[in-house]
Write a protein that binds this ligand. Structure first.
Ligand SMILES: O=c1ccn([C@@H]2O[C@H](COP(=O)(O)O)[C@@H](O)[C@H]2O)c(=O)[nH]1
Length: 273
């Protein structure tokens, strides 16, 4: 999917919501555990109930890898379901990969060719040759960790390197890499006060913003400082939506939460015009 197509979807749905599919078997409704593939059945019900309210889904691969081969199969079924039923949805494999070049090429094939995601999250720590193999894929997007939502972000990302914070070095340097137009960046909602500075460096890039809800980030603050001319934001919420209820009504409860966020986003978009 191109960024233009993603922007069109945002305008059409009046939503820049990304729902995180972080499935934890201890948190899903117990009646699903009797199904052959409870993870997929949970995701399918959530997708069926919420797809009209969001523009993106983000399974974090940790929640699938933790269940071994069955977890990986559930991830494959989920991405296939999304691509077949909702090709207009932007899909994100939150895998935080990145390694020496030939290994990164294999990660890129795994997430762009085998599983057919639109994008994958990548850690920038190993530098240009670890990221460029992902960027080489046309109409696929590499979402580079810039300033993450957790407290540990202050351990390295805000430290000065050659007189400049490391996250700024990541933004500035990555812009010079081959196929940099395929880059997006992760910025935590808990770091909203940094967004104005970030927009100076990457005025138009899409930012994936996790950390609203459960982690304490605020949608209004993120939009105030982080919205670009073309919106340029994907706001992620995982637990706050998918675990709204652990009873039979879980999908409707998730839809209600997603609808509340979509309605807030529609007002923000209206006021921005
Ligand atoms: O900086 C980051 C990068 C990734 N994440 C991931 O996003 C979701 C957030 O889940 P919530 O339940 O809405 O808190 C999860 O998959 C994280 O691993 C992040 O939170 N911060």
């Amino acid at each position: 999917m191109t960024t233009e197509q993603l922007t069109d979807q945002i305008k059409k749905k009046q939503s820049f919501l990304c729902i995180g599919l972080d499935v934890d078997l201890s948190k899903i409704p117990q009646h699903l555990l009797t199904e052959d593939d409870p993870i997929f059945e949970f995701n399918k019900a959530i997708i069926d109930a919420t797809h009209h309210l969001c523009v993106s889904y983000k399974p974090n691969t940790a929640f699938y890898e933790a269940y071994g081969i069955k977890g990986w199969q559930a991830l494959e079924k989920t991405i296939n379901y999304l691509n077949e039923k909702h090709p207009e949805i932007f899909t994100i494999a939150d895998a935080k990969r990145g390694d020496i070049g030939n290994t990164s090429s294999m990660y890129a094939k795994a997430f762009f060719e085998d599983l057919v995601f639109d994008s994958v999250t990548v850690a920038p720590y190993m530098g240009k040759d670890s990221v460029e193999p992902f960027l080489a894929f046309k109409n696929k997007h590499t979402i580079l960790l810039a300033l993450t939502s957790n407290e540990g972000a202050f351990d390295f990302q805000t430290k000065l390197v050659d007189g400049k914070e490391m996250y700024k070095q990541v933004l500035e340097t990555s812009k010079t890499w081959e196929n940099a137009e395929n880059l997006m960046y992760v910025v935590g909602a808990t770091k909203a006060e940094y967004l104005a500075d970030i927009r100076q460096i990457v005025p138009e890039s899409f930012l994936l913003v996790p950390g609203v809800g459960a982690q304490g980030g605020n949608l209004q603050d993120v939009c105030k400082y982080g919205m670009s001319k073309n919106v340029g934001l994907l706001i992620n919420s995982s637990r706050g939506i998918i675990y709204a209820s652990n009873q039979e009504d879980f999908a409707e409860a998730a839809a209600k939460k997603a609808q509340n966020m979509q309605q807030e986003m529609a007002v923000i978009l209206k006021n921005a015009n």
